[in-house]
Design a protein. Structure first.
Length: 214
């Protein structure tokens, strides 16, 4: 399989979400036009993105929804359950622990950790918060693959270092700061403030266009 650009991977995730909606609607077939409408891209972009995944559509008759779901899940690595830990059990960490639908997508919460002794022993969702010192044993015992990093910015690097030392190789970083990781570890940032700033840019640009329109 050819290397897939990061932007394309993001759209493949969106197509998979659209396909889940189609399955809920009991649709057996779909088309690039329908996926484009749901993903808010062009049909050409859909076809170009799906070409990275192989040839499994039929020109003129579209795609079998079940086949496309299976192939996208394969490409995205969703062919097995992924075990996830939460590092940092403040309000965001607790909210994530209470989120009910991770297991529908094969992400299984397996541990909650915090350096604050006052939080250790709290029951959040289905998990009891453990001290960060218990992380290495838990990663081995529970085969933890990924982690949500939900600590304050000032603690993010040390918390990430602890996760990596314990054997975690994928981090979804909610902390509003960059973290340094070695080769072989992947970090995906989730930056709410950056998203808001992008929104204000587009809203401002739209308002400027409206102001100059005749």
């Amino acid at each position: 399989m050819a290397s897939i650009p990061t932007a394309t991977v993001g759209r493949l995730v969106t197509y998979l979400r659209a396909l889940a909606e189609l399955e809920e609607e009991q649709s057996e077939k779909t088309s690039s036009d329908e996926l484009a409408r749901r993903a808010q891209v062009s049909a050409f972009q859909v076809r170009k993105d799906l070409a990275y995944c192989g040839r499994f559509g039929t020109r003129g008759s579209g795609y079998q929804v079940a086949v496309l779901v299976r192939e996208l899940r394969r490409v995205l690595g969703l062919t097995r359950p992924w075990h996830v830990a939460i590092m940092g059990m403040g309000r965001l960490g607790q909210a994530l622990a209470d989120y009910p639908n991770f297991d529908q997508y094969d992400f299984l919460l397996r541990g909650a950790f915090d350096a604050d002794a006052r939080k250790v022993g709290m029951v959040v969702g289905s998990m009891t918060v453990a001290h960060v010192d218990a992380l290495p044993e838990a990663v081995t015992r529970d085969a933890i693959d990924l982690a949500f990093l939900t600590v304050p910015a000032g603690a993010a690097q040390s918390a990430a270092d602890a996760l990596i030392a314990a054997g975690v190789r994928g981090i979804l970083n909610f902390a509003p700061t960059m973290i340094d990781v070695p080769d072989g570890v992947r970090v995906e940032p989730v930056d709410f403030l950056a998203g808001l700033q992008r929104l204000t840019f587009h809203m401002g640009a739209r308002a400027s266009e409206a102001a100059v329109s005749p």
